[in-house]
Design a binder for this molecule. Sequence first.
Ligand code: 6R9
Length: 733
Amino acid sequence: MASAASNIPGPARHDSQGIPMHAPGRRLTTATNPHKDIHPVPEKSHVGPDIEAYKAAHSDTVGPHSDAWWAQQARDNLTWIKDFSIVRTGGFPSAEELKEDNPNPPSTLPITWFPDGALNACYNCVDRHAFKNPDLTAIIYEADEPGEHQYITYGMLLNEVCRVANVLKDMGVKKGDTVTIYLPMTWQAAAAFLACARIGAIHSAVFAGFSAESLRDRILDCGSTVLITADEGRRGGRSVATKVIADQALKECGDANPVKHVLVLSRTGSKTVAEQHFTPGRDVWWHEAVSNVPSYCPPEVMNSEDGLFILYTSGSTGKPKGILHTTGGYLLGALLTVKYVFDVHPGDKFACMADIGWITGHTYIIYGPLSLGTTTTFFESTPATVFVSVLYLTIFFLSSMAYFNHYTRSISYPTKRYWETVSKHGLTQFYSSPTAVRLLRKLGHQHVQDHDLSSLRVLGSVGEPINPEAWNWFNEHVGKGECAIVDTFWQTETGSIIVTPLPGAIETKPGSATVPFFGIETEIVDSMSGKTLEGDNIEGVLCIKKPWPSIARTIWGDHKRFVDTYLRPYPGYYFTGDGAGRDEHGYIWIKGRVDDVINVSGHRMSTAEVESALLLHNGVAETAVIGTSDEMTGQAVNAFVTMKPEFSYDSAIEPALIKELVLQVRKIIGPFAAPKRIFIVTDLPKTRSGKIIRRILRKIVAGEGDQLGDLSSVAEPEIVDVIKQKVADSMSA
Ligand code: 6R9
């Protein structure tokens, strides 16, 4: 890696479009940090001092050098039980290889990294640090209850992980089995993940804001024999009925229910759960089980390509995809991105405010920081509760919408929980989402002002494009103009960050994710021709040229779907599904999804998924769901619905019917997917072959109903005016 002089560029300058460019974090050297007496800061950033140093370092990590670089990093940073002799196999198939009659289709040439190496992810995340430094804090657990926190050392974590691993073994879990985890943001979730990794079980974590139906589908898809859950969750001062939902999910699995044992963490000590929702013989209390097993469990020898976890994510069809990540490659991507993107140094306290139910929580709360041996944070609470018209909206990072609709009554809850947490623990990195930043900005900077945030050096954003207003607020009011701001682009499928600024090296522009991470070769491809676009100031779709270690290997049980979704659209490339541009500095600007995926508060869902949920209502005939831009949540779900002719209703009951439909979606998918607006219409605009033309609906909702262009492809164009009127009436109501 290129070494750095401590010559960090000075104040903001502008590019030719007038966009300000910001120095890549001034709190990176002791020389420039005004708070050096209070919080130790690294002498210099891992990369720097400027983009030239990055370019020199990056060029050593791509092209013909790529495999050698990754091999070196894998040996330097991970502890292997058996060294590997092969670095990588497989690549992204060409058009020729993708032909249906190819006798050696892509599925016979899987992507592997370090395929003959052996290691254990849990050993890498816990044991090796516990042996060296048992008293180092592995996890800062900031509980939902204001003022309550706990420090879990690497020694304590090892003990808990081993005990849970032994409990799972006693429950019959073996290497290669799947275990579903439905847990709130308590630190024990890390023990659950790592216990699975320790014994070679593949965990499938389901976000605790998902409904019973969603949990049921995910359990059935991967066939877990064990479910790990909690009595209740706590968020924003309220309890969430986690175990009741889990019980409902298992009941709904019916005869196909694969779950034999349920391990229940007592988070709140709920009497109701203990007395009414506990099935003896099947359910076991976590605290009782762990006290009855040995405190050590040897880590299983895992092949680098053995599955580590499955995480379900939305695609452009109704059925969520079980994305499979494997051991060695994933762990390496997680570790290196924590180190370089967040410029982590010994003594740092890293905080990612995501939920462990999403990929951001997997990689940047658990596997990345712990494999690096740093201190990570479990933030169980909510950043703020806001009064907006008559609703109290409680917002959660990357899960915000999950509870948006729960809190329709007054809750007095702090508006500065984030900042209290930062100053109380002296956090050095703070990784959040544009939605959270937008909300906090709206609340006003007085809440930030009262807190000492001088420990922070790097501020991160992920999940959706961040608008310059939010970026600037983050920079000025949280970072005080001295922190590096990293707008990190990545996906569940990429496993770890792939496009990002690097503190100390890359000047930033609000709204741009800037440059590819080490080992990543991005291309912007013309969406129509599939040709790579050269030069600057171009726009197309974002693709990656060559596999990197933490890329997902497959979709659980459906490799064809993996190939069709990511590798077939642009042969020779991995297709991200996002539109992107490249400016005159070679900086990448992510423009958002180009498929039928809606991103609400960084939370992915497919239009088809929401449509299927609406169609389960007995009166619904047809639906069309679209994403529209939303000032607070980035995008919002809007649904057009037609009712069956036999379903009688009149306009007087329409509000009640809309409520019912919203509830339907909340129940089937989860509260976060609830449509912001539902329009009940008599028909939908369709082509002559019967395809719904969503483009027209999008334009109408965006207020561009007068710019619909040529409507000759619409089978019954008069419906367009009817819909326009309906939308106008609903919006003004
Ligand atoms: C990590 C995560 C992935 C989708 C992705 C894109 C959007 C993520 C972004 C961003 C603009 C960023 N996305 N980071 N868009 N700028 N910095 O969010 O994973 O839940 O799988 O979502 O999120 O559209 O394709 P995931």
